[in-house]
Design a protein around this ligand. Structure first.
Ligand code: ITT
Ligand code: MG
Length: 204
């Protein structure tokens, strides 16, 4: 049985990565989180793109632990903000990972933006890096629009503010979808689906 390290320090994101990989039913590959391996220092996410940052995180994990490593870099790109918060999504309010503050700031910035210009996309770049240096990077996007108030208990980050454009979401926010519904539609689900063949190839 070979192992793949999922290198995220965000527990809720890690749970999503784990769920999607598990649901893909890849036999012969065990996924492990950062709590199952010795601690190593977090690399600064200095990249200009989601892809650059996903590679920074996956390379660091593969190098430190010596096993294949998968990392996600993600965020919300708002049309009316020229694609920001983008790679700055986790620290948009100035405090890394402060979801309520990030959501409040985004709402305030869009307070005068009319409904027809509130389009946005969640973006996920996922990188798989092997100890031999092989690198695969994929991207998934999820279109929708930014709501005017937070709704729903599930998910994390900007989910309560994001109304997916998919018919099946029918007026609900991403935080009002069940975890399985979100996985089936999300940027992260779409990105990881493209990595399944590379993950299968690790088995055995
Ligand atoms: O880097 P790691 O350790 O994986 O954890 P992180 O939370 O710092 O993750 P990112 O650097 O990729 O920043 C992504 C941010 O974008 C937002 N985000 C990403 N995916 C999201 C999703 O599915 N739903 C809601 N918000 C999301 C959320 O605010 C995250 O903190
Ligand atoms: Mg991060």
């Amino acid at each position: 049985m070979s192992s793949v390290l999922l290198a995220s320090r965000n527990r809720k994101k890690l749970a999503e990565l784990q769920r999607v990989v598990d649901a893909a039913g890849i036999t012969g590959v065990e996924v492990v989180g950062l709590d199952a391996v010795p601690d190593y220092p977090e690399e600064p996410e200095t990249g200009a793109t989601f892809e650059d940052n996903a590679l920074i995180k996956a390379r660091a994990g593969a190098k430190a632990i010596g096993i294949p490593c998968l990392a996600d870099d993600s965020g919300i790109a708002v049309d009316a903000l020229n694609g920001m918060p983008g790679v700055l999504s986790a620290r948009w309010s100035g405090r890394h990972g402060d979801d309520p503050a990030n959501n409040s700031l985004l709402l305030a910035q869009l307070s005068d933006t009319p409904d027809e210009r509130r389009g946005a996309a969640f973006v996920s770049a996922c990188a798989l890096v092997l100890p031999d240096g092989t690198e695969t990077v994929v991207r998934g996007e999820w279109r929708g629009r930014v709501l005017r108030e937070e709704r729903g208990p599930h998910g994390f980050g900007y989910d309560p503010l994001f109304a997916p454009e998919d018919e099946i979401a029918a007026g609900r926010s991403a935080a009002e979808l069940s975890p399985e519904e979100k996985d089936g539609l999300s940027h992260r689900g779409k990105a990881l689906a493209q990595l399944v063949p590379a993950l299968r190839a690790l088995a055995g």
